[in-house]
Design a protein around this ligand. Structure first.
Ligand SMILES: C[S@@+](CC[C@H](N)C(=O)[O-])C[C@H]1O[C@@H](n2cnc3c(N)ncnc32)[C@H](O)[C@@H]1O
Length: 208
């Protein structure tokens, strides 16, 4: 009998249910560096996971809609948000099939990597993300630029697009300005204590 690949929803539900908490709860540095100076407005957090970014944004005055394919992850986010005393709109979507309506001053996609999705599927999501940015607003895409230096054999295949590939996927029109397109290097330690570093890419584009 042939084994069928899990759907994206099954994959991410299993991923989150395996542990009580997966992420630190801290906001991603890629988001913090690009958004700290912006005036709060409406924000859409795509692939919000357990809500670390959404809660940080809401605490700074953003009106946040946080979206993920995993109800388990978002239920944890909602608990953390209640504990932090912030309000967030949580919405479950498989972003490839079904994207939230409306436009936002900030659309954020941080580490929206998925071993069960193809580059073309991510490209579709990113183009919908750009379409959801209000005039004058920004899209911030943060992503890993490869595995940490201490990984000798990747545990599974994940597509880590370069900034140029993300820009190609976005296919932005002339009304857009690229404000940030950089690699950021951070120290990274393996579970066994091997020291190394990891590169992340950060892209911030503004709709004119
Ligand atoms: C690597 S995690 C990053 C989570 C969070 N942004 C962070 O940085 O902590 C990727 C997230 O994207 C979500 N995701 C993957 N594919 C998705 C899809 N098609 N629609 C909505 N969410 C998706 C996963 O459930 C997961 O929470």
């Amino acid at each position: 009998m042939t084994e069928t690949a899990p759907t994206a929803e099954q994959f991410w539900e299993d991923f989150y249910r395996e542990h009580d908490q997966v992420w630190t709860g801290n906001p991603n540095k890629t988001l913090v560096r690009e958004v700290s100076e912006l005036t709060p407005g409406t924000a859409l957090d795509l692939g919000c996971g357990e809500g670390g970014d959404a809660i940080w944004l809401a605490a700074r005055g953003w009106q946040v809609t946080a979206v993920d394919i995993s109800s388990t992850a978002m239920a944890r986010g909602a608990e953390h948000a209640a504990a932090a005393g912030v309000e967030i709109t949580w919405a479950r979507h498989d972003l490839h099939a079904d994207f939230p309506e409306g436009t936002f001053d900030l659309v954020s996609a941080q580490f929206l990597h998925s071993p069960v999705e193809q580059p073309e599927e991510r490209a579709i999501i990113l183009r919908k993300a750009a379409a959801a940015v209000a005039p004058g607003g920004v899209l911030v895409v943060g992503g890993h630029h490869g595995w940490p230096t201490w990984v000798t054999t990747p545990p599974h295949h994940v597509d880590f697009p370069t900034i140029e590939q993300v820009l190609d996927q976005l296919a932005l029109g002339p009304e857009w300005q690229v404000e940030t397109a950089e690699l950021v290097y951070s120290p990274s330690t393996s579970p066994e204590g091997v020291e190394g570093e990891r590169a992340d890419s950060v892209l911030r584009v503004r709709r004119g």
